[in-house]
Design a protein around this ligand. Structure first.
Ligand code: UN1
Length: 503
């Protein structure tokens, strides 16, 4: 029987809303869940509910909130396989990657359960005697968290876990096409001791979300927005928040480069480019966009890369494959458009491009009823090509060449994104020069552009975000605000800057 899913506000199911079907992209006729999409007013109601619940939650001592995070982690771990299976079913992520995604939630909980016993403030010296200065972290209030469906459970946890640990209430709006996975995660959180209303989940389309969020910002019931998704939508959310003097946490797209130097271990580089380019069907924000190979190794790199792609197992994501289907119809339609960006001066290195169907198969795999596409390597990119400049969010990787490291760094920065990047080299000087010159928030040396660990700062610059960082202790600055306090016990009015103690 098809799952029926609706928003949950204050611990109660919301009304049926407008029906939307979340499908299995491996078998597009199969509905994973029938989802009730809420309207803008329901979104705004959820924000009011969260505001009403937040004060009490903030009064719970942080170590106790940390214990709730510990319970969430344990419950997620106990449900690892079932949650991963659901992710694979709903968005077509290969099962091994889905298991890794669930692991990433546990890692996040492991990190933050201890933060409940820290959440350090500071004591700061005063310029006057008999006076103490302090800083405290205070929760922001209500966080509205809007997430994409390519990481339907791990990336949301990067927001939900620290936001809750810091004493905030949350309204979470996941991607509709990943609603069943999100709902399953919500239920695990709800079963872990969170009071009703502290975490609310609202399924809604883009317009209702925008209108509901606008209303909530106007009413003052949302104090921080966290958004993971496209640069275009991020800009819209950034503008909306800016009008309300808020600075959101934006985690947007990427056109992530990989530089291959003359001394690189080419097999290692190929292995990295295979996973970074085609893992999650190229639909990570950290997926590889363009390989920038030194002209002396370019031909050999491309030859080996094409051979690796030709040998890579594709198909049913429940099996041991590198590449499964695209996430959803919307992404498949867009990917078809990206394929039209291939220009006459490009060389398509891989055997075929386009949809994999019975009459356009790859080996014995037909995938005719799934959203399967051939992995594509396009050589001969020029820095003015759309394929060089814009994120494609699909299984297509470009290749271009360089002569000097400065030129490689310039090419790597040219698209104006700045999320992830990588360099394959055996020369430490090249690695450190690349690190210093690249505009990306994340740099890998001899490793994939994707696959960041959950306790390092994650985030980008330029078109990839507004400089905000998630993960590890750095995200605490998103979900708390610093409050300073001064306490004068001298018994007289000591005036800062005017009554400075003399030696
Ligand atoms: C994303 O695609 O939004 O670094 C996040 C990675 C993962 C997260 C990707 N840990 O690839």
């Amino acid at each position: 029987m098809t799952r029926q899913i609706v928003s949950v506000i204050g611990g109660k199911d919301a009304g049926p809303g407008t029906a939307y079907d979340s499908i299995n992209p491996s078998r597009i006729g199969e509905v994973v869940a029938r989802v009730g999409l809420a309207d803008a007013e329901t979104f705004a109601t959820a924000c009011r509910t969260a505001r009403d619940a937040q004060k009490e939650w903030a009064a719970v001592p942080p170590p106790v909130r940390g214990r709730v995070i510990a319970s969430i982690g344990r419950l997620v771990e106990a449900n690892t396989e079932s949650l991963a299976r659901l992710v694979t079913e709903e968005i077509g992520k290969p099962y091994a990657e889905a298991l890794g995604e669930v692991r990433e939630i546990v890692d996040t909980c492991d990190f933050f359960l201890g933060e409940g016993r820290r959440l350090y403030g500071q004591t700061v010296p005063s310029e006057m005697p008999d006076k103490n200065l302090f800083t405290f972290r205070v929760p922001v209030g209500v966080a509205a968290v809007i997430t994409a469906g390519n990481f339907p459970v791990a990336v949301p946890s990067w927001y939900l876990v620290p936001a809750l640990l810091c004493g905030n209430a949350v309204v979470w709006k996941p991607a509709e096409y990943a609603a069943a996975s999100a709902h399953a995660l919500y239920r695990i959180f709800a079963a872990s001791g969170l009071p009703d209303g502290v975490l609310n989940i609202v399924f809604a389309d883009g317009q209702a979300t925008y209108d509901g969020l606008s209303a909530a910002l106007e009413e003052g019931t949302v104090h921080k927005v966290g958004f993971t998704g496209s640069s275009a939508v991020g800009r819209t959310i950034g503008e909306l928040c800016g009008r309300h003097l808020q600075s959101p946490c934006l985690e947007l797209g990427g056109k992530n480069p990989m530089v291959v130097t003359p001394d690189a271990d080419l097999d290692l580089a190929v292995e990295g480019a295979l996973f970074a380019g085609f893992g999650t069907a190229g639909q990570r924000c950290t997926s590889l966009g363009t390989v920038i190979a030194h002209s002396s190794v370019h031909d050999e790199f491309v030859r080996r890369y094409a051979a690796a792609v030709a040998a890579a197992p594709l198909g049913d994501p429940t099996g041991d494959v590198v590449l499964g289907p695209l996430l959803d119809h919307k992404f498949a339609t867009r990917f078809e458009e990206y394929l039209t960006w291939i220009e006459p001066h490009h060389t398509v290195v891989t055997e075929k491009s386009g949809r994999i169907t019975a009459d356009n198969p790859r080996g014995d795999f037909t995938g005719e009823d799934g959203l399967y596409y051939h992995p594509v390597i396009v050589d001969g990119l020029r820095p003015t090509d759309r394929l060089f400049l814009e994120e494609t969010f699909g299984p297509i990787v470009g290749v271009t060449t360089y002569e000097s490291l400065d030129e490689a760094i310039d090419l790597a920065n040219r698209p104006g994104y700045g999320l992830s990047s990588s360099i394959y080299t055996t020369d430490p000087k090249s690695a450190f020069r690349f690190r210093a010159g690249i505009g990306a928030g994340m740099v890998s040396v001899n490793n994939s552009t994707s696959g960041a660990e959950a306790h390092l700062p994650f985030g980008g610059n330029g078109k990839s975000g507004n400089g905000s960082r998630q993960s590890g202790m750095w995200v605490l600055d998103q979900f708390t605000r610093w409050q300073s306090m001064n306490w004068d016990y001298s018994g007289r009015l000591q005036k800062a800057q005017m009554d400075v103690a003399e030696i």
